[in-house]
Design a protein around this ligand. Sequence first.
Ligand SMILES: Cc1cc2nc3c(=O)[nH]c(=O)nc-3n(C[C@H](O)[C@H](O)[C@H](O)COP(=O)(O)O)c2cc1C
Length: 307
Amino acid sequence: MIDLSIRIGSLELKNPVLTASGCFGVGREYSEIYDISSLGGIVTKTITLRPREGNLPPRIWETPAGMLNSIGLANPGVKSFIETEIPFLRDIECVRIVSVAGETIGEFVELVGEIAPLEEVDAIEINISCPNVEQGGLTFGTDPVVITELVGKLRPVTKKPLWVKLTPNVTNIVATGKAAVDAGADALCAINTLLGMAIDTDTRKPRLGNVTGGLSGPAILPVALVKVYELYREFPEIPIIGIGGIGSPTEAIAHMLAGASAVQVGSGLFSYPRLPLDIIESFEEYCDEQGFSSVREITGSLIIPEI
Ligand SMILES: Cc1cc2nc3c(=O)[nH]c(=O)nc-3n(C[C@H](O)[C@H](O)[C@H](O)COP(=O)(O)O)c2cc1C
């Protein structure tokens, strides 16, 4: 028997497969198809302090090897989330992570303060791919100084693990990752979507109502792998959760070889909702083939040939 369990800091997960924020809700619809407690964990849609309508439609555009979305963090706000969604999470027997975002550091602090006491929440994922209104709308996640300040202010608010989800839209992800780690992040999640756009040449208009959006799916797998690899090389002791372009078990394994301790599946769920279950199953087979007794041995076991 292969040991599929992993640890992310103080949390134990029965296996290393989670669902990515914004692609799974809280799992209500998926729970009608399969037992979501068999996952390693679920990450909720990002929640904000106040309700958000989100961006102008259209909000989704399919690209040749992926999709663009500009949902704009549409969500009912934390109060409604606690009332209507948290009870659903109560009986789910896997690790439950709530994703949060704010427009100011103060908003993040207030929001984490609301989520932290809930026993249905095992960890909090900080989505820093959102505009910081105090800095003229510049994304929080692109500035290491702002990341250090943000995570530093959130750290004393809760003892729950804080996972920081990094944006790939930076020159040097090691610098933003370091800022999060130095300020007390328990894990790094990489990556969020890549900034992109699509244009209708007949109407000469952008395909998305918001003009730009986030690219996800198969197109971003190579980018995600290199970001995970760069982070793992720099921080071998910090758990990294690999996200981006996972559409098959092999791609999940590639994330782990690059240095991920666990993976999150996003857009891949839309075409094949059972994908996480296939990935869990494949880890056993892969470990057997490679002579590993635990899935943990896959992490960072990439072989770089000597030049
Ligand atoms: C429709 C959609 C909505 C998303 N919403 C969120 C969100 O609310 N918060 C977040 O941190 N990431 C969000 N993401 C990003 C995903 O969690 C993930 O980081 C990204 O899509 C890359 O993974 P993938 O290629 O497997 O989709 C969203 C992605 C999609 C496609």
